[in-house]
Write a protein that binds this ligand. Structure first.
Ligand code: FAD
Ligand code: DHB
Length: 391
């Protein structure tokens, strides 16, 4: 089988690229190691920047999102027994959208399959080669058979644990890494949201985030040790800890209900440079991950694809390969800004295991600096709502 662009991974990055190439008449094949039900039910991100929603709209994949997403104009920072609202929309003119990543993925799969774009589920790529030659090759296994896909270019959209990043020769690759000494225990619960906006809470016991998926489903996270087993937490313990970290506030009562899903996510910052090697382009989590505080991961995957699709379209439509050279550097400017923002939000709101009383006081003072100054609020809001795709 031969195609113009071989896409490895049917996450938000791979599926968006497939859609954008198809709309320009460029052929592609998507290989995904997991089954369709698996990728459609994987609970992950939930917050989309305005720019991400605009791109989903332009590519005709936002109809259901507009019906079902919850549109948010602000967030609250909760610390030192107080609540401080940041009016994101007043400060930036833009909004954010709450819509589960698995819903985005479902919409993208439907749009691609309806247009006849081949997505092969349970097709595991095992090796890529020919990156420096005339033609790239992907070896994969599908329905028990070894297969080969040849292509002009490979989009490595295979997430953090995929195979593409390792195909770049180690002497050319530099990984920038930071591992945090904590993780998040995330739950989904049949409980209306505690508040109609997200609550980011700093507490001496650790961070807590109150977010949501619908008017009847809450999504909450609490900071836990990185190797914590979710099964060690009973439902009562989770609700009790969420209540403690939220604190007591007039007119705000923790909303509880049946917990339907719980899991622990480790926290890490990572950036791979370069993002391109010959015929291979890395995009999304295969090239970088951020700690989830501030919700940048899926949005970065989307902005990488915006830049990559422009480069591929320029090549196939105008025979202009110059954007291949600038793909990585263009993405990396935004990636590093998002890395800084995610690190900053994480370090401002989490409890470091070895923090001294001085560190805790300084952290609260930093939160006051941001929450009580228009300049501080604006800095947070501009980053939260999403920086321009190209900078
Ligand atoms: P993925 O979604 O990981 O997709 C990669 C795909 O490649 C997978 O389907 C995988 O099965 C497939 N694959 C891997 N190897 C192979 C192979 N060899 N062959 C074939 N297929 C392969 N981001 C946000 O923007 N906002 C948020 O609110 C947010 N919250 C988060 C909360 C949590 C708890 C977590 C864990 C993450 C969160 N993120 C958030 C991050 C976000 O989920 C990721 O950044 C996003 O999934 C990246 O998309 P991707 O397409 O690059 O990679
Ligand atoms: C969500 C996750 C985040 O990390 C965040 O900062 C905001 C929202 C979410 O899952 O809804």
């Amino acid at each position: 089988m031969h195609t113009q662009v071989g896409i490895i991974g049917a996450g938000p990055a791979g599926l968006l690229l497939a859609r954008m190439l198809h709309l320009q008449g460029i052929s592609c094949v998507v290989l995904e190691s997991r089954s369709r039900p698996y990728v459609e039910s994987r609970i992950r991100a939930g917050l989309l920047e305005q720019g991400s929603v605009d791109l989903l709209t332009e590519t005709g994949m936002a109809d259901r999102l507009y019906k079902e997403a919850m549109v948010h104009e602000g967030i609250e920072l909760v610390f030192d027994g107080q609540r401080h609202r940041i009016d994101i929309t007043a400060l930036t003119g833009r909004k954010v959208y709450i819509y589960g990543q698995q819903e985005v993925v479902k919409d993208m799969i439907v749009a691609n399959l309806a247009a006849g774009v081949p997505i092969l589920f349970e097709a595991q790529a095992s090796e890529i080669s020919g990156l420096e030659g005339e033609r790239a090759t992907i070896r994969y296994t599908h329905e028990g058979k070894e297969e080969v896909l040849t292509c002009d270019y490979i989009a490595g959209c295979d997430g953090f644990h995929g195979i593409c990043r390792d195909a770049i020769p180690p002497q050319l690759m530099r990984g920038h890494d930071r591992i945090y000494p904590f993780g998040w225990l995330g739950i989904l619960a049949d409980a209306p949201p505690t508040k109609d906006e997200l609550l980011y809470c700093r507490h001496d016991n650790g961070f807590a985030l109150f977010t949501m998926r619908s008017p009847t489903v809450s999504r909450c996270y609490i900071q836990v040790p990185p190797d914590e087993n979710a099964e060690n937490w009973s439902d009562d313990q989770i609700w009790s800890e969420l209540e403690t970290r939220l604190g007591k506030h007039e007119g705000l009562t923790l909303s509880t209900g049946k917990i339907t899903q719980k899991s622990v996510t480790a926290m890490r910052s990572y950036v791979a440079e370069p993002m391109r090697h010959g015929r291979l382009f890395l995009a999304g989590d295969s090239a970088h991950i951020v700690p989830p505080t501030g919700a940048k991961g899926m949005n970065l995957a989307i902005s990488d694809i915006y830049v990559l699709s422009k480069a591929l379209v320029a090549f196939y439509k105008k025979n202009d390969a110059s954007l291949f050279e600038t793909y990585g550097p263009t993405c990396l400017r935004r990636i590093w800004r998002a890395q800084h923002f995610s690190w900053w939000m994480t370090s401002m709101l989490h409890n470091l295991p070895d923090a001294s009383p001085f560190d805790a006081k300084r952290q609260v003072a930093e939160l006051y600096t941001i929450a009580t100054s228009k300049a501080g609020q604006t800095l947070l809001a501009e980053n939260y709502v999403g920086l321009p795709f190209e900078m």
